[in-house]
Design a protein around this ligand. Structure first.
Ligand SMILES: Cc1ncc(COP(=O)(O)O)c(C=O)c1O
Length: 392
């Protein structure tokens, strides 16, 4: 089947946080303006329909008429769909016993913080990074230990000496890795991943790798699940259908925890939770039949990221931007304009009426940046960019 991702489909009336949560966005400080005319490109979900096999399977499930309690542990189809996907796509053989369902990846990260650290202990992250990593640490009374990423010409790398020093500090017990990295778009190389894993393992730091963007990489780039590179059962990885298939509202993450002791500590925190009937049905259809859709969506996203690059080069050459290796996130450096971050914000959010995400939300390192999520029909993306360019 050929999908048409150029089509603009209204999401109004679907309880979409991206398109209908203006009051909330104002309250949490993302924007001051949100009205009928706002173009919203802030949250990491897609304005594209899900794979047709998922839609069909959900229709069929609705026709079964009852939506009672479900379990994913008593019928093998859910687990086998996960195993099949990761074996086929990433060469990763996942042990059935290691899979723990979580209603969300952010929830899983919060549970990992509680399971593997005590209040007052340190958790290493690499800023600028997805802000719920920070809140998972601070809201649980742990301490943020920032192994800040290095940045040269828009390309981010890891300060390994600093990471090692931080891992050696006995107060630091957990490292939350973002792989691929949101927002800087790096897909870490095998060498980088192995080195990070070795540093953590040598210092008894639990490594939780959030890999939920791992299916969304450019055509010439390979994402490596960390567990395929280093054979040590203490490594933990977060997987999900949410980003890959645009199903974040179905709340379906699966955390791979091979080590029994670490798994028990985690499940003690999270308790036994089961996906909703819709999440189970959608996951099975997506992982078993979603590859054709994913190939097309990735090609379209590649096109949008290239379009963004060309648009900026032509109309806003002071913005520094580099096509990310992975994710569908553009990380735009506005420092070339010599304007205050507040002025940049005002021009985009209030005057152009486009909602992105201020880079400072990802840490001080992001102060002069804006994050844009591009998985939207290109005509909509073009319109948003034209409005922004008119203000600069
Ligand atoms: C790196 C990363 N982790 C987790 C999430 C959220 O995942 P979930 O909806 O499963 O909590 C996002 C969403 O943007 C993300 O970018």
């Amino acid at each position: 089947m050929i999908y048409n991702f150029d089509e603009i489909i209204s999401r109004k009336g679907t309880h979409s946080v991206k398109w209908e949560a203006g009051e909330l966005l104002k309250e949490i400080g993302i924007t001051e303006r949100f009205d009928e005319d706002t173009i919203s490109l802030f949250v990491a979900d897609m304005d594209f329909p899900c794979p047709q096999p998922v839609i069909d399977a959900l229709h069929a499930r609705v026709d079964r008429l009852m939506f009672g309690y479900s379990t994913y542990t008593t019928t093998p189809d859910y687990i086998e769909a996960i195993q099949g996907w990761f074996a086929r796509r990433h060469g990763w053989d996942i042990d059935a016993d290691s899979i723990v369902y979580s209603p969300g990846t952010v929830e899983a990260i919060n549970m990992a913080v509680k399971a593997y650290t005590e209040p007052g202990e340190g958790v290493i992250i690499q800023r600028p990074v997805y802000s719920p990593f920070t809140s998972a640490i601070t809201k649980n009374q742990r301490v943020v230990v920032n192994n800040s990423l290095r940045h040269t010409d828009g390309y981010y790398t890891i300060d390994f000496d600093d990471l090692e020093a931080k891992a050696k500090d006995p107060n630091n017990k957990l490292f939350i890795l973002c792989s691929p990295h949101n927002p800087v778009g790096r897909v870490w190389t095998p060498e980088e991943l192995v080195r990070m894993a070795e540093i953590c393992l040598a210092n008894d730091v639990v490594l939780v790798s959030d890999e939920i963007h791992g299916d969304l990489v450019r055509q010439d780039v390979t994402h490596y699940p960390i567990c395929t590179l280093v054979d040590d059962d203490r490594l933990i990885a977060c997987t999900a259908t949410n980003k890959t298939f645009n199903m974040a509202g179905l709340h379906c993450s699966n955390i791979v925890i091979n080590n029994k002791e670490l798994r028990t500590k985690f499940t003690d925190q999270i308790g036994f939770k089961s996906p909703t009937p819709f999440a189970i049905t959608a996951l099975i259809a997506a992982y078993n039949e979603g590859e054709e859709w994913l190939a097309q969506v990735n090609e379209y996203i590649d096109g949008n990221l290239a379009f963004l690059q060309d648009f900026l080069a032509e109309h806003m050459p002071q913005v520094k931007y580099r096509i990310p290796e992975g994710t569908y996130i553009g990380w735009m450096d506005f420092s070339g304009y010599g304007l205050s971050p507040k002025e940049v914000h005002d021009r985009i959010y209030n005057r152009a009426n486009v909602v992105l995400e201020d880079g400072k939300l990802f840490g001080e390192e992001g102060l002069e940046f804006q994050r844009i999520c591009v998985p939207s029909p290109r005509p909509l993306l073009r319109q948003a960019l034209e409005r922004i360019a008119d203000q600069f």
